[in-house]
Design a protein around this ligand. Structure first.
Ligand code: VG1
Ligand code: CO
Length: 543
């Protein structure tokens, strides 16, 4: 049998972060870098042998080569069947759905998500388990441990498969099924939201704009919004996935999508817009002259869940990541469903979703999702919003303003300091951490601190504990400040400063966000000495 066992040695640093292993392409392209990590997955998950594996990625540079390598390694590990997206493409939510639909043992997903791609960009790989969700910490720790004690990897030396050819092929004894990456996902979407209502709304002359940012969301958006819902041709822009995402950041936020923001301003603008990230699990929602924060989007979906068929009569709980604004908490309190606060990263929602404790969840980082898959889902979020617009017969701005008038507004912003030295990032965190025990009762920039801690989470389903998940400072007057270091960056350290202020009075809801947060921004500076310790005058990315 042309199966090879090749000697290798451990490579330092193959530790998955917030969402898989993300590194520079230059590192991933080095001999055995990918093979070692994939071997570590097979070592840590022996149940893959004899089982079905889902495989695909966001189409970035190295995607197809990595898919061919992983197929040959899967064959060498006795995987019975691989379901792979045509040309090696699968969005993250579509991969999650395929695991669940086919009872697969897991998926290997190739993506660095919102990070730039191309030969000078980033590559990433993550493992999802049989429930469809990202591997929990215990498993990513086991994969990392396995990567650090490898002596060989196993791979077949058969020729590459033709990934353009839909249908069944063989690789050694293994079945390989090349699938249309969109078909099953599009089927699922039609069982969740009210397609008839959305079609009628579009037929009535409403216009959409979807921006796939040259990433994997393009084919999904074309099928759903143009083919199935009847949006005008060309409603989906930048729809062809490109290995370097057209040179941009495939990151749907106001800082990285200036053209979309311009398109959505003024009386002639479309009625609704959304953008998706590299692997199409993130979403940004916009209306005419209206950019939503993801935290508000989550809260508004929760408040209107009864209008979406998927949730009708069955929303029992919601969850948000800790830095996400508490807008959804207010809704949960008022409407009487449970609300959970988890650490950053979708893997922490999995148990709550599996246990049926929550049906809807989200993160401030443009991630929204529900219990139809175990990943955040960008295209689904846009469909859910269209469902609301079609049923409520109101504009995005009207729905948002009505929500604030009823529940109050949480002004919210995230300030990112990117590419800091690891030392500088740690210095800010350490300075704040050192002050935590003495902060309660003290005053920062005129704001009185109510409580301060380093967020630790005990999973209510399996009791697992995750420490050190971000520093949070809550103030008496309704503000909250959170600091943490990114776990997805590939260069130095990225400091994230999350700022939130609750204002009940509708007369004050029209303020500019950065102005509304000015005092809190000053408090963050007083606390973290960010300017002095990082040498930066201001954040690199403000969203
Ligand atoms: C960021 C976001 C986090 C998200 C993660 C993966 O992580 O803050 O909310 O779950 O990216 O999203 P970090 O550790 O850099 O803050 V994706 O769409 O990049 O997989
Ligand atoms: Co993503």
């Amino acid at each position: 049998m042309p199966l090879h066992t090749l000697p290798t040695t451990p490579i330092a640093g193959q530790k998955p972060g917030t969402s898989g292993l993300r590194k520079k392409v230059a590192l991933f392209a080095q001999p055995a870098y990918l093979e070692n990590f994939v071997q570590a997955i097979f070592n840590a998950v022996p149940s893959l042998s004899g089982a079905t594996l889902v495989l695909g990625g966001d189409g970035r540079y190295l995607n197809e080569r990595a898919v061919q390598t992983i197929l040959k390694m899967a064959a060498a590990h006795g995987v019975a069947r691989v379901l792979v997206g045509r040309m090696g493409l699968l969005s993250t939510p579509a991969a999650s759905h395929l695991i669940r639909l086919h009872g697969a043992a897991g998926a290997i997903i190739l993506s660095a998500s919102h990070n730039p791609g191309g030969p000078d960009g980033d590559f990433g790989i993550k493992f999802n388990t049989a429930n469809g969700g990202p591997a929990p910490e215990a498993l990513t720790d086991a994969i990392y441990a396995a990567s650090q004690c490898l002596s060989e990897y196993r791979i077949s030396d058969t020729p590459d498969l033709d990934l353009n050819l839909l249908g069944e092929q063989r690789l050694e004894a293994m079945r390989v099924t090349v699938l249309d990456p969109v078909a099953d996902y599009a089927q699922l979407m039609q069982t969740l939201v009210d397609f008839d209502a959305i079609r009628a709304w579009i037929d009535a002359g409403h216009r959409l704009r979807l921006d796939a940012l040259h990433a994997v969301g393009g084919p999904y958006a074309i099928r759903l919004f143009e083919d199935l819902l009847g949006a005008q041709m060309n409603s989906v822009r930048n729809a062809a996935p490109q290995p370097d995402f057209g040179g941009g950041h495939p990151d749907p936020n106001p800082a990285h999508c200036p053209e979309l923001l311009a398109t959505m301003s003024g009386p002639g603008a479309p009625d609704f817009a959304a953008a998706f990230d590299g692997d199409a699990d993130r979403n940004m929602i916009l209306g005419r002259d209206c950019v939503l924060t993801p935290s508000d989007s989550l809260a508004i979906l929760a408040a209107n869940a009864e209008l979406i068929p998927q949730f009708k009569g069955r929303l029992r709980g919601v969850a948000r990541s800790m830095p996400t604004s508490r807008a959804v908490d207010v809704v949960a309190e008022a409407l009487g469903f449970a609300c959970y606060e988890t650490p950053t990263g979708w893997k922490f929602f999995g148990n709550l979703l599996d246990a049926g404790r929550i049906q809807l969840c989200g993160e401030e980082s443009y991630g929204t999702g529900a219990d139809h898959v175990r990943e955040k889902d960008g295209v689904w979020a846009a469909l859910a919003w269209l469902n609301l617009l079609a049923v409520r017969k109101q504009s995005v701005a009207e729905i948002v303003h009505a929500h604030w008038a009823r529940f109050g507004r949480h002004f919210y912003s995230r300030h990112d300091y990117e590419g800091l030295s690891v030392q500088a990032g740690e210095a800010v965190m350490q300075r704040v951490r050192d002050q935590l025990p003495s902060l309660a009762g003290s005053t920062l920039a005129g704001l009185r601190v109510r409580s301060a801690d380093d967020f630790a989470y005990t999973d209510p389903v399996d009791g697992s504990v995750s420490q050190g998940q971000g520093l949070r400072i809550v103030f008496d007057s309704g503000e909250r400040l959170v600091l943490r270091l990114s776990g997805t960056g590939t260069e130095g350290a990225t400091l994230r400063v999350y700022l939130e202020r609750y204002v009940a009075d509708p007369a004050q809801h029209g303020q500019d966000t950065q102005q509304a947060l000015a005092t809190l921004i000053a408090a963050a500076e007083a606390l973290g000495a960010i300017r002095t310790l990082t040498g930066r005058e201001a954040a690199d990315v403000v969203t």
